[in-house]
Design a protein around this ligand. Structure first.
Ligand code: EPU
Length: 383
């Protein structure tokens, strides 16, 4: 096992925060990972006593100082079709592959299913950890199984979807207690089940707008299908019926393109302005709590969930408290989407520090709590 000392992490975290890994090992294969477990067992670095820090694309972390734990930089590559069933292509991808490149590659092969998740920053290995989701699709909807290595025993294991215990931005890999695998396992490969009978997921309003604009361009009167009188599902169905009548059902490539355009319009590119995507989860509240807030704040953006609870748009709550564009040092609230905190010092000699980001995050939490009685939960892992 080759350990690098004082490894600079600024280019390995999407916030672009300056910090070092005191000790870092590049993991390029399952064998190398198992070897690392064997080499450290019984030493001062024993993973059972000192959980290592697992670094994927570094797109969902805030570094508040140098990382003291041994850092495992996961760089296991490879993408291939491993099986097929009547209904699915089963595609296996190494944890170190880039997420967006993987989505683009599956579409090039003619396998739709991941297009709504285009342009999400990060690595494939991180995707099940927080069950990434966007525009009406979550990773769990396209998941088959994953392989990992247990850091205490060095043994390989495979988990199916139920064993991953997926929830909203949540999985077994985010919890340490009970059967939780936080700090105890590394994901090495993820297998996706991509539908052979593909159909587009257009339930999200921004995507409906893109599709309607596309149909209008082709001379169809899609904008006449008014959203006002219809439920969201009815609206999507009517647009699809209109498109079908003219042989213009959307393709997976088109949806991929539209998702890229929507994201580029409202989310900052981490290569230009450091950020970690949404900084807080969208809170879930009871219908009573929601009604109570609406009585005071009639414009509250809220979505009823299948389980009867109500999800609130954290971006709206933060925006309503006047945070858009505000800063603490070089950490700021993105001016086009209040849910995203950004590094205003990206590319300069004074990038934001993790401390500034967390001071800003805490101030936002306090003001949202004081106004709405809701404690926002950060989404990225604070290291
Ligand atoms: N809104 C505001 N002001 C803002 C931001 C949002 O009023 O500054 C309102 C908007 O009007 C909109 C609503 O809040 O009606 C929701 O905003 P948006 O559509 O941008 O989605 P979101 O709930 O903020 C979630 C995910 C994103 C994902 C999008 C699209 C979470 C925490 N975030 O954002 O995921 O791309 O939906 O599906 O669930 C990420 O996790 O890093 C991420 C970017």
């Amino acid at each position: 096992m080759f350990v690098e000392k004082n490894y600079p992490l600024q280019r390995h975290n999407s916030f672009g925060i300056v910090a070092k890994a005191q000790q870092l090992v590049h993991i390029t294969s399952v064998d190398a990972l198992r070897q690392a477990v064997a080499d450290t067992r019984g030493t001062a670095l024993d993973f059972a006593q000192h959980p290592p820090f697992i670094l994927g694309g570094g797109c969902n972390i805030v570094l508040t100082g140098d990382v003291k734990a041994l850092t495992l930089k996961i760089a296991i590559l490879g993408k291939r079709l491993v099986a097929q069933t009547d209904r699915h292509w089963i595609v296996e991808v190494g944890a170190g592959e880039n997420w967006h490149d993987t989505v683009a590659w599956t579409l090039e092969q003619g396998w739709g299913g991941l297009e709504n998740l285009a342009l999400i920053p990060g690595s494939v290995g991180a995707s099940p950890v927080q069950n990434i989701g966007a525009y009406g699709v979550e990773l769990q909807d396209r998941f088959d199984s994953l392989d990992g290595v247990h850091l205490h025993t060095g043994e390989s294991f495979t988990l199916n979807s139920a064993q991953c215990a997926f929830g909203y931005r949540d999985s077994v890999f985010k919890h340490a207690s009970g059967l939780g695998l936080l700090g105890k396992a590394v994901i090495t490969h993820v297998r996706f089940a991509l539908p052979k009978q593909w159909h587009g997921e257009l339930g999200y309003v921004d995507l409906q707008r893109k599709y309607a604009a596309f149909l209008e361009e082709k001379g169809l009167q899609a904008n006449k299908i008014s959203r006002e009188q219809l439920s969201n599902t009815e609206h999507t169905e009517q647009l699809l019926a209109l498109g079908k009548s003219a042989g213009l059902l959307p393709t997976a490539q088109q949806i991929f393109q539209w998702v890229c355009e929507i994201r580029r319009a409202k989310l900052p590119d981490p290569a230009v302005i450091g950020n970690a995507g949404s900084f807080f989860k969208n809170p879930q509240v009871s219908p009573e709590q929601c009604a109570d807030i609406i009585a005071r704040e009639p414009r509250l953006v809220h979505y009823p969930m299948p389980d009867g609870s109500i999800k609130l748009a954290a971006g709206w709550l933060i925006d309503a408290c006047g945070w858009k564009g505000k800063t603490v040092g070089n950490a700021g609230v993105y001016d086009k989407q209040a849910l995203v905190l950004v590094n205003k010092g990206s590319g300069t000699a004074t990038p934001a520090t993790g401390g500034e980001v967390m001071t800003l995050a805490k101030a936002i939490q306090t003001s949202v709590y004081e106004r709405f009685g809701i404690l926002l939960e950060p989404e990225p892992v604070v290291v």
